[in-house]
Design a protein around this ligand. Structure first.
Ligand code: M6R
Length: 605
């Protein structure tokens, strides 16, 4: 979603804004712009498309000034044109926005009736006019900003510059905003990664907060305009974390970082020395009769894998639903239900709203999140951390396996607490968890082989992914990964469902990726594979050595993963589906890290 950066500094900021915006590219965007304040007033440069287009504009028309804001826009209202790109100006203010102003139509009609002229189709421009009108009426910049905020309905993160008073202001309502306390400069950013090059000392605004930043001071106010203090934290996101290193893409780097990310995440739950699994004290699996998982996209599929594991190892029923549907179904909730949001960013609007709704129902809530300062982390009763580190590629990889790692550890903890796993079985399960990083290293070592197989997908119009049990959920994730970065149509199916419809799609041009480890349902999945082979389908099978041997002569290609216990097989098989999608997209020349139309953190509903 949109990225925001603001700087009130002692030196020209345009170049720094551009560098900062580049660090926000990962969020997904389709136009960009900056505005600064000079002695002549506000200066603005914008361009549709990539930041390189904006840089070209700046080469022709530089933008001096030591106070400025920058923005990467992911279009919601109005096409991604230069005119709709942020910043938006009105009189003495320039403004950038992340989120959606739900009452912008009413406000626009009102403002137009008062003679205000709009240049864009965005919902954002009304805010600039509201502030400017309040300035016209004689209010101070802070009063004008506060008054305008009171007129807005919806979600927003805002950064505004005031030309005459040389102030930078920001506001947060549902869309995160971070204040950076630099040396003789103040920074505003939509996330800590944007602020990291300037300072590591940050304050996170709470919902309803707004702030006034001079070059040397930061003042934060709550929705009522009362001064509030927010704790100063040190961000871990160092500048180096946002570098690709020797990898071609962030996605490739993040696939390779998985053994470490898994290991870090497991360490938060598993005490290897004591053979113990620790969960937050407030989480009593004996008091939980059911888990309701709510999530979107890849996080949803992590939850779907966990549903099978909780059933098998902890006899604990799990319902899972995409967050965007869950809330509007007014689902009946039973006492004893633990509501668990899963999210890399902790900011996904639908998941956050569903979590809040569960809270209003009096349910205990947990948030399994990678960003530990996120809205969900703060909203939930229990925060369950993953330690993937910042994930920059839009396609989620290491965040997914970190989620699976944490969930698998919780499954074992639940199994033990509920008396389903004996002490011996618990210790065995812990040993399996601890094997995961090493087995993932082995799986990733097959990258060259995966790259060779990716050639077989290049000309496909459509690819089907199949599996059973937890591997069916992984099939959905595999299909999502392929379609989002390579733009090849792909669908995941429970293997047994194939003959109830999708098999009609099978012919010699439709590759089928079969996730079929040699487990207790191997023969069933293999029957489905043979049904596909009988219809000339090309089968790429992901399995261990034994499974691949049994499938010889039937499949077109095999991708080997290390043999593993069913508790951890989903984790061990994941790098293969990621690498297959990655190399297919790369060979097609796609923009792997920033696929078209996608945003990293979806902060609008
Ligand atoms: O930040 P979240 O985990 O809540 O994000 C959820 C989805 O938007 C995300 O997983 C999305 O599906 C990814 N692009 C998948 O690779």
């Amino acid at each position: 979603m949109c990225g925001i950066l603001g700087l009130n500094s002692h030196h020209d900021v345009a170049e720094h804004l551009i560098e900062g915006l580049k660090r926000l590219e990962y969020r997904g965007y389709d136009s960009a712009g900056i505005a600064t304040v000079t002695d002549e007033g506000l200066q603005r440069r914008r361009a549709s498309g990539k930041i390189s287009n904006l840089e070209a504009v700046l080469r022709d028309r530089p933008c001096p000034g030591s106070l400025g804001i920058g923005h990467t826009r992911w279009a919601t209202h109005g096409a991604p044109t230069e005119t709709n790109a942020h910043p938006h100006l009105s009189g003495r203010v320039a403004l950038v926005h992340n989120g959606i102003i739900e009452n912008y139509r009413e406000l626009k009609t009102e403002l137009e009736s008062q003679g205000r002229v709009f240049e864009s189709e965005t919902d954002t421009e009304v805010i600039a006019h509201l502030i400017d009108m309040a300035l016209d009426a004689g209010h101070s910049p802070a009063e004008a900003f506060h008054q305008a905020l009171g007129r807005l309905t919806g979600a927003f993160g805002l950064a505004v510059i005031f030309a005459e008073d040389r102030l930078l202001m920001g506001a947060r309502q549902g869309s995160p905003l971070v204040v950076g306390l630099g040396e003789n400069e103040m920074v505003l950013g939509s996330d800590a990664i944007a602020v990291a090059p300037f300072t590591r000392r940050v304050m996170y605004l709470e919902d309803g907060d707004w702030c006034v930043l001079s070059q040397s001071d930061a003042h934060i106010f709550d929705a009522q305009g009362v001064t509030v203090q927010r704790p100063v934290k040190t961000v871990a996101a160092s500048a180096a974390l946002a570098e690709k290193g020797n990898y071609r893409h962030f996605m490739q780097k993040e696939i390779h970082e998985q053994p470490e990310a898994i290991s870090r995440t497991l360490s938060a739950y598993v005490n290897a020395a004591r053979g113990d699994i620790a969960v937050p004290e407030a989480l009593d699996f004996n008091a939980v009769s059911r888990i309701q998982i709510i999530a979107c996209g890849t996080a949803y599929y992590a939850g779907a894998v966990a549903r099978d594991l909780f059933a098998r190892y902890a006899h604990l029923p799990v319902d899972i639903e995409v967050a965007s549907e869950f809330r509007y179904r007014t689902p009946p909730m039973t006492p004893g239900t633990l509501s668990m949001a899963i999210s890399q960013s902790g900011e996904t609007a639908d998941t956050l709203a569903a979590l809040k709704w569960c809270k209003t129902q009096g349910l205990q809530t947990a948030a399994l999140v990678n960003v530990h300062e996120s809205s969900m982390a703060r909203e939930a009763d229990i925060m369950l951390p993953t330690h993937a580190g910042p994930e920059i590629g839009v396609a989620s990889t290491k965040a997914f396996t970190a989620q699976l790692s944490a969930l698998s550890a919780l499954v074992v903890a639940a199994g033990r607490a509920r008396g389903v796993l004996s002490e011996a079985q618990t210790q065995e399960a812990i040993q399996h968890l601890l094997e995961v990083p090493r087995l993932c290293v082995e799986a990733i070592e097959c990258e060259t082989q995966t790259e060779a197989i990716a050639h077989q997908l290049l000309d496909a119009q459509s690819v089907l992914y199949i599996g059973r049990g937890a591997m069916a959920s992984l099939a959905y994730e595999g299909a999502l990964k392929l379609k989002e970065i390579s733009y090849i149509h792909a669908e995941g199916y429970a293997a047994g469902e194939l003959k109830h419809g999708p098999i009609a799609l099978v012919d010699e041009h439709t590759p089928i990726v079969a996730l079929a480890p040699s487990d207790e349902v191997f023969e069933k999945t293999f029957s489905n594979i043979q049904e596909v082979a009988a219809r000339s389908g090309k089968i790429i099978m992901i399995s261990d050595a034994e499974g691949l041997k049994r499938a010889e002569g039937v499949i077109t290609a095999g991708l080997e993963i290390p043999a593993s216990d069913p508790l951890i097989t989903p984790l061990v098989a994941t790098p293969s589906i990621q690498m297959l999608a990655y190399h297919t997209a790369r060979l097609k020349g796609a923009d792997v890290d920033q696929p078209r139309n996608l945003a990293k953190s979806v902060t609008v509903e």
